[in-house]
Design a protein around this ligand. Structure first.
Ligand code: HEM
Length: 533
C-alpha cells in the first residue's frame, strides 16, 4: 500500500525532470490564458450589449443594477431573485444580467401587450436560458418549431380542445374529490409533525401535497392509477419533480451553480434522467391508447375508451410531433401540472388559515348553494362560487408559481423606451407584475374581494396586470384543470377541515419568496372536523 510519502516522492521525482516541469508550466499558462480569453470575451460581449440596450430617447443605459464584469447580477439574483427585480418595479422595463447575457423584464401594460399579445410576431419564440449544450439546444429548437406550429393549430381548433379539456375536468371531479381528501389527510399528519417539532418549514408540507397532486394528475391525464404506478413511485416522481424543477430554475439565474455544486449536479442529472425515463413510459401509454382508440373508432365499445377523457385531451395537446417533440411535451406537461398546483395549494391554504373572515364567508357561500359537505359538490356548483374563485385568483396573484415567462426578440425593437437588439431575452415575471403598486392597490395584502368586483383583473386597470397563466399563443394549456383542482381543494378544506394559523410570524418568504416560491415559514394547522360541529 503506497503511503502519502511514496506518492509525494513519485510526483516530485517526475516534476524534477525538466521536460515534465515544462509541460506542467505550459499547461498552467495555457489554462490561465484560456480563462483570461474567456473572461475578456465575456466582458466584450457585455460591453457590446450594454452599448445597444439604451434609453431610445436619451441614450442613457437602460435601468437596472450595474452588472459586475463576467458575473453580471448573479450575486444578488441568486440570493434574492424577486427582491432584486422589485427594486426596479417603477420602471416600465429594466435590464438584469446573468453573466454576460442580459434579460429585459417588463413591468407595464404596453410592454406586456407587445410581447405576449404577439400581434407583431417579434416575440413568439420562447427563450430557454437553462439549456447550454448544443445537442440539447438543437433538440429543443426542433421541438419548439413543432410545438409552436402544433399549439397554434391546436389553440385555433377551439372546439376539440375546449370540449376535450372540459370533459376531462367533468370526468375527473370524483377522482379530484377523493384526492383532495387524501391530500388534506396527509397535510393534517404533516402539520402535526411540524407543530410537534416547532419547525416552521413548509418543505415537508409541500412534499406531501405534491405527492397527492402527482397521483391525481397521473390518474386524470394518463389514467395511471396508484396500483399501476405504486404509491412509493408517486413519491419518487414527486421528489424528482420538486428537486429537478427547483434546480432548473436556480441554474437559470445562477449558471455558476452548475460549476461548483457537484452533489447537486449529480442528483439533478439523476432526477432529470429519471423524469425522462418516466416520460418515455407515459409516451408508450399515449401510443397504446391512441391505437386502441383508432381500433375502436366505430365499434360499440368506443364508449368505454371515450370515458378516458384525460387521455383524449393529452392526445389533442401533444399532437403528432415526432419522438423527441412528444417526449419533451409529455415531460413538460408532467412538470407543468405537478410543480405549479401544489405550490399554489400550499400558499392558498396558508392564506386561508390566516383569515378567519374569509373562511367563514366561504362556508356561507357554499351553504348558500346547499353544499354542506364536500360530497355534495357537483360540477355545476363550481360556477356558482365567486368568493372561492376570488380566493384562488388572489393566491395566484400573490404567489404565482411560474417564476418567469420567457421570450426572445426575433428582431430589433424599441420596447418600453429601450432599444432592444435582435436576440435579446425578454421576460415577464408574473410575481413582479402582480406586486406592482402602480397596478394594484395594497399590492402585498391578501384581499380576495378585489376579484369580486372584477373577476378578470380585480382592482387592477386591465387584465394585462393578472398573468399567472401567461397570455397569448403559449398561454398555460391546463389552466382550467388547475383552477378546478384548487377550487375543489378549497371546498374540502373549509367544509371538512379546521384549518387555522398558529399566529407565528412568517419569515421573509411571505413578502419576497425565494425563486421557486417554496413556502418557507408556513404557518397553519390542519385537523379533520368532527361531524356535528
Ligand atoms: C396553478 C397552476 C398553473 C400555473 C400558474 C401555470 C402557469 C403556466 C404558465 C405561466 C405557462 C407558460 C406560458 C408562456 O410561456 O407563455 C404555462 C404553460 C403550460 N402549462 Fe401551466 N400552469 C399551471 C398548471 C398547469 C396544469 C395543471 C397543466 C396541465 C394539465 C398545465 C399545462 C401547461 C402546458 C402544457 C404549458 C405549455 C403551453 C405551451 O407551451 O403552449 N399547467 N403554465
Amino acid at each position: 500500500m503506497p503511503t502519502p510519502e511514496h506518492v509525494k516522492s513519485i510526483f516530485s521525482g517526475v516534476l524534477e525532470s525538466s521536460s515534465a516541469k515544462n509541460v506542467a508550466r505550459s499547461l498552467a499558462v495555457g489554462a490561465l490564458v484560456g480563462i483570461g480569453l474567456r473572461g475578456m470575451q465575456s466582458i466584450a460581449t457585455m460591453v457590446a450589449w450594454r452599448l445597444k440596450l439604451r434609453d431610445s430617447e436619451t441614450g442613457e443605459p437602460a435601468p437596472g443594477p450595474p452588472p459586475l464584469p463576467f458575473i453580471g447580477n448573479v450575486l444578488s439574483l441568486r440570493t434574492g431573485y424577486y427582491e432584486t427585480l422589485y427594486k426596479y418595479v417603477d420602471k416600465p422595463a429594466s435590464v438584469f444580467w446573468v453573466m454576460s447575457t442580459p434579460f429585459v423584464v417588463l413591468n407595464d401594460e404596453e410592454g406586456l401587450r407587445r410581447v405576449l399579445g404577439g400581434s407583431n410576431g417579434l416575440y413568439a419564440k420562447p427563450k430557454y436560458f437553462g439549456y447550454r449544450s448544443k445537442a440539447v439546444k438543437n433538440a429543443v429548437a426542433v421541438e419548439q418549431k413543432t410545438v409552436e406550429k402544433e399549439s397554434l393549430e391546436y389553440k385555433n381548433d377551439g372546439d376539440t380542445s375546449r370540449v376535450a379539456l372540459e370533459n376531462m375536468v367533468i370526468d375527473s371531479l370524483w377522482t379530484m374529490k377523493v384526492a383532495m381528501n387524501e391530500l388534506l389527510t396527509l397535510l393534517a399528519e404533516a402539520s402535526e409533525e411540524v407543530a410537534a417539532d416547532k419547525a416552521t418549514s413548509g418543505t415537508a408540507v409541500l412534499s406531501s401535497v405534491r405527492t397527492a397532486i402527482v397521483k391525481l394528475n397521473l390518474d386524470v391525464l394518463f389514467d395511471l392509477t396508484d396500483s399501476s404506478i405504486g404509491p412509493s413511485k408517486a413519491e419518487d416522481i414527486s421528489s424528482m419533480i420538486g428537486f429537478a424543477g427547483m434546480e432548473f430554475a436556480r441554474r437559470m439565474v445562477n449558471p455558476f451553480k452548475a460549476l461548483v455544486d457537484i452533489p447537486g449536479n449529480v442528483r439533478y442529472f439523476g432526477d432529470v434522467m429519471g423524469l425522462i425515463s418516466f416520460g418515455r413510459r407515459l409516451c408508450r401509454v399515449l401510443d397504446d391508447t391512441a391505437e386502441e382508440r383508432e381500433g375502436l373508432e366505430s365499434a360499440p365499445e368506443a364508449e368505454a375508451v371515450k370515458s378516458t377523457a384525460g387521455l383524449s385531451w393529452v392526445h389533442a395537446w401533444v399532437g403528432k410531433v415526432g419522438k423527441i417533440g412528444k417526449l419533451g411535451k409529455v415531460v413538460g406537461l408532467l412538470m407543468a401540472s405537478t410543480q405549479t398546483v401544489p405550490l399554489t395549494a400550499v400558499w392558498m391554504l396558508h392564506l386561508v388559515a390566516n383569515d378567519d373572515g374569509v373562511r367563514s364567508q366561504l362556508r356561507e357561500e357554499l351553504h348558500g348553494i346547499s353544499v354542506r359537505s364536500a360530497c355534495d359538490l357537483q360540477y355545476d356548483d363550481l360556477g356558482k362560487l365567486p368568493l372561492a374563485d376570488a380566493v384562488v385568483k388572489e393566491t395566484l396573484r400573490l404567489y404565482p408559481p411560474f417564476p418567469l415567462i420567457q421570450r426572445e426578440a426575433q428582431g430589433a425593437d424599441v420596447l418600453c423606451g429601450i432599444t432592444i437588439p435582435a436576440g435579446t431575452p425578454v421576460y415577464v415575471v408574473p410575481w413582479l407584475v402582480h406586486r406592482n403598486p402602480k397596478l394594484w392597490s395594497d399590492a402585498d395584502s391578501f384581499k380576495p374581494r378585489r376579484f369580486l368586483e372584477n373577476a378578470s383583473h380585480g382592482d387592477a386597470p386591465s387584465d394585462w396586470a393578472f398573468l399567472p397563466f401567461g397570455r397569448g399563443v403559449r398561454m398555460c394549456a391546463g389552466s382550467k384543470l388547475a383552477l378546478t383542482e384548487l377550487k375543489v381543494l378549497l371546498v374540502h378544506a373549509v367544509l371538512e377541515y379546521d384549518i387555522v394559523s398558529e399566529g407565528r410570524a412568517m419569515g421573509r418568504g411571505s413578502r419576497f419568496p425565494e425563486l421557486g416560491m417554496i413556502p418557507e415559514g408556513i404557518d397553519m394547522r390542519v385537523r379533520k372536523k368532527t361531524r356535528g360541529r
